[in-house]
Ligand binder design. Sequence first.
Ligand code: HEC
Length: 160
Amino acid sequence: MRIFNKTMIVAAAVSAVMSGSVMADVKEASSEKHAKAATQYRQAVFQLVRSNMGPLGGMAKGALPFDESVMETNAVRLEQLADMMGDYLAVDTRKFDVETGAKDEIWESFSDVEKKVMALKTAAQGLQAAVNAGDESAYRGAIGKIGASCKSCHDDYKKD
Ligand code: HEC
């Protein structure tokens, strides 16, 4: 019995770690006020994503020199922002009149959205790995993968 209990605790802990903060359940906004705040927070996350992606995009295009310290810092931050993204996207604001670039479909296929969040996280880790290996020939491709993960989600779930 004791062993059984320990196994259960370990199993619960493992599944909590595996699901991580990327996974979240869709929950409806409870009021217009809640929906407006949730939309602001959601857009704020993407503003931080943009501020960290901007310099990386400049480096990939050759407009800025590769700076390994900036690449490392920003790739870590993008990974952290990916970890938050699921929670911030999970609040379903469809019922309320909010100004949002999110398509309604985002709350209809949330497991697919989470896959796209994971793709961003994996791509951000890929850039960290390239920088840690000092493999300059991989930098542009690694940044390109991050950009592709943005586009893949925007194509399906962001308006225009
Ligand atoms: C999992 C889906 C997903 C991923 C991945 C994603 N985005 Fe977005 N993004 C959205 C959605 C949905 C919105 C619309 C949010 C809203 O208006 O409520 C958005 C909005 C934005 C905005 C506008 C924010 C505002 O203030 O209105 C920017 C900028 C942005 N994303 C940049 C990026 C960049 C750069 C990446 C990749 C590094 C990225 N996004 C990755 C789904 C995603």
